[in-house]
Design a protein around this ligand. Structure first.
Ligand code: FE2
Length: 201
């Protein structure tokens, strides 16, 4: 029977390659849950086919294949911040929350999970008080972090300090990533920023 154990251990291994206390703490939380936490069966994401296709791309990290293998235990939802985003954006991306104050793995001061953005779509500039790190597991993106705009491939880790504006344009296979918030992890500070590249403008 498939479980989340191999995936959570792989995400812990990836997370602890980043320096810093938050990464170390998150890796320990993931690894502890890997051996103790039971997860329910969940319905497939509306982007299930796209997520599986990205996970099969040749340069995907092994953790991406574990995401595909564990799909039936992953609850893909609209972003927790979807209510603060423009309508239409929610259908282009999907989020799994693994660690948060609300669970399923409980932590009072960390949020961590998976993120998928559909092929060719654009997530316009936004910012929040939480410090954030994404690590790409599969697919590619043109990533804006502050004044830096760079193509990002599997294995790339992108850090956003608190309140740094960021935006992502997904490549032809979309992209799958692990994400983590630390510091001020409340959603109230999340906001969109006027973005001349936003197709909805
Ligand atoms: Fe963010």
């Amino acid at each position: 029977m498939a479980t989340l154990t191999p995936l959570l251990n792989a995400l812990a291994d990836l997370t602890e390659t980043e320096p810093g206390t938050e990464a170390f703490v998150t890796a320990n939380i993931l690894r502890s849950a890997a051996s103790t936490k039971k997860f329910r069966l969940e319905p497939p994401s509306i982007l299930d086919a796209e997520i599986r296709a990205a996970a099969q791309s040749p340069d995907a990290l092994p953790a991406a294949r574990l995401v595909a293998a564990a799909q039936s235990f992953l609850l893909w939802q609209a972003s927790p911040a979807a209510a603060l985003q423009p309508s239409g954006l929610a259908a282009t991306k999907a989020v799994v929350t693994l660690v948060s104050p609300e669970g399923p793995i409980h932590a009072s001061d960390i949020r961590c999970g998976l993120y998928f953005q559909a092929p060719g779509t654009y997530y316009p500039l936004h910012a929040h008080n939480a410090a954030e790190t994404y690590t790409i597991l599969a697919g590619t993106a043109l990533w804006q972090a502050g004044n830096d705009r760079s193509p990002r491939d599997p294995g790339a880790a992108i850090h956003h300090p608190p309140r740094m504006p960021h935006a992502m344009r997904a490549g032809p296979n979309g992209f799958l990533a692990i994400w983590r918030w630390s510091g001020d992890i409340a959603f109230e500070s999340y906001h969109m920023i006027p973005d001349p590249e936003d197709p909805a403008r």
